[in-house]
Unconditional design. Structure first.
Ligand SMILES: [Zn+2]
Length: 275
């Protein structure tokens, strides 16, 4: 059984880190990119991710090394910034009260959501050996969420499903805890070359998963059929393309996001139970 560890870094450690990030932000400041999460301008972002042959071969979006991935100051990634831009400019997310379940919260988004006055924020994750989390993040198992049906207006689950063997059950749980009319952002790494999702439960070793799925703890590579899996859970799915789906922010180049990445926006229909 996994040991639950909750940890708050001691104050000197936190101060040291925030000072380091502020100095790093100053060093990289400039006008080429703007981080929408922290609002600062930078001459470049920091590289992130890593390359493996399968990531390139299958052209997996949301994986692999990116030159301008991590904000030098707030540490948001290109994926975090895309989600934030969509919620801020294309949705009424911050303009009206919302109850949000955020699975495995990314630190940069956690900071934004936890400081918002309109969001009733529920960050939750499955605690794992060797990882440290804020005590404000509650324990939750995505395969057996302890929340009542129809509890949330929004669920954000970013790059989690590719780690879960029974992702269909996880999707059912997300659907269950959403209110009718609620929305989920369900981002995963996906191959634009694969018609069908590739999964094989005989591939279990870390080295084989890295070789075939692109990361040691991934259990599949989603293909272009990923939206069908979402629809089977009952969602109405919108694949938001940055060119035609961002009507209020037509050019995202300056925000250093991956122009190829789609957002998978999933609506729980009103007055309709799971299909
Ligand atoms: Zn930033």
């Amino acid at each position: 059984m996994l040991t639950i560890k909750k940890y708050i870094p001691p104050v000197p450690g936190r101060l040291l880190k925030s000072t380091y990030l502020a100095l790093r932000g100053l060093y990289y400041r400039g006008n080429h990119y703007t981080c929408p999460v922290c609002g600062h301008g930078f001459r470049k972002m920091l590289p992130g991710g890593f390359n493996l042959p399968v990531i390139k071969e299958k052209h997996i979006i949301g994986a692999g090394r990116r030159d301008n991935d991590i904000c030098p100051y707030c540490q948001s990634t290109d994926r975090d910034r895309l989600i934030y831009l969509y919620l801020k400019y294309e949705q009424l997310f911050f303009k009206q009260p919302n109850i949000l379940l955020h699975i495995a919260p990314e630190p940069a988004l956690y900071k934004i959501f936890s400081h918002s006055k309109t969001i009733d924020y529920h960050p939750a994750t499955k605690y794992a050996e060797g990882f440290y989390y804020s005590t404000k993040i509650e324990t939750a198992d995505l395969l057996d969420l302890h929340f009542e049906e129809a509890s949330f207006d929004w669920v954000i689950c970013n790059h989690v499903l590719e780690h879960i063997p029974n992702d269909r059950l996880a999707l059912q749980e997300i659907f269950r805890v959403l209110k009718p009319g609620g929305k989920a952002l369900l981002q995963v790494p996906y191959s634009i070359l694969l018609d069908k999702t590739f999964e094989d439960d005989s591939i279990v070793s870390e080295s084989d998963r890295e070789k075939y799925f692109g990361q040691f703890d991934h259990v599949r590579i989603y293909g272009r059929d990923y939206p069908n899996r979402l629809k089977k859970a009952g969602f109405v799915v919108y694949q938001v393309n940055q060119k035609n789906g961002f009507r209020k922010t037509p050019s995202l180049d300056k925000f250093a996001v991956n122009p190829e990445e789609l957002l998978f926006v999933c609506d729980k229909p009103l007055n309709k139970s799971r299909l």
